[in-house]
Design a binder for this molecule. Structure first.
Ligand SMILES: [Zn+2]
Ligand SMILES: [Zn+2]
Length: 139
């Protein structure tokens, strides 16, 4: 468990429950950007008493304190990411898999947008949609 995690919980005066630790560690250990249902299934064996509602509540807390990133890849399809720094994602429209897009940044896009609005642009969220290599093969 990283120190940032325990520190944030201490600062926010939140209880470090086994469920919160389990959900956080699971998200840190995967690059799959799982949904709440997937997390629930994955932790069921080790935490048989943890309900899907608890997973949802736990995710809400982790997102609120900034330890986890929530991705809305469309149509209320929420996915979770243990990597909280801003990075673009690509979503497969066939199998619903979500991958990180590496080596691409959109910092320049912030500048372009800034030139076209009176806003101070702070961040952006970019999602790409496509067909992953596995789905391409099976088609
Ligand atoms: Zn796919
Ligand atoms: Zn990601």
């Amino acid at each position: 468990m990283d120190t940032n995690f325990t520190q944030v919980f201490k600062e926010k005066k939140l209880k470090l429950t086994p469920q919160r630790i389990a959900v956080y560690n699971y998200l840190k250990s995967t690059k799959e950007h799982p949904s709440a249902e997937t997390i629930h299934k994955a932790l069921m064996e080790e935490y048989p008493t943890m309900s899907l509602a608890t997973v949802y509540k736990t995710l809400k807390v982790l997102v609120e304190v900034g330890l986890v990133q929530e991705l809305n890849v469309g149509e209320g399809n929420f996915r979770y990411d243990g990597m909280t720094t801003s990075h673009p994602h690509i979503h497969c429209i066939c199998c619903a898999k979500v991958d990180d897009l590496e080596g691409v940044t959109f910092e320049e896009l912030n500048q372009t947008v800034k030139c076209n609005t009176n806003y101070d642009v702070l961040s952006n969220k970019v999602y790409f949609y496509g067909i992953c290599p596995e789905c391409k093969k099976s088609n």
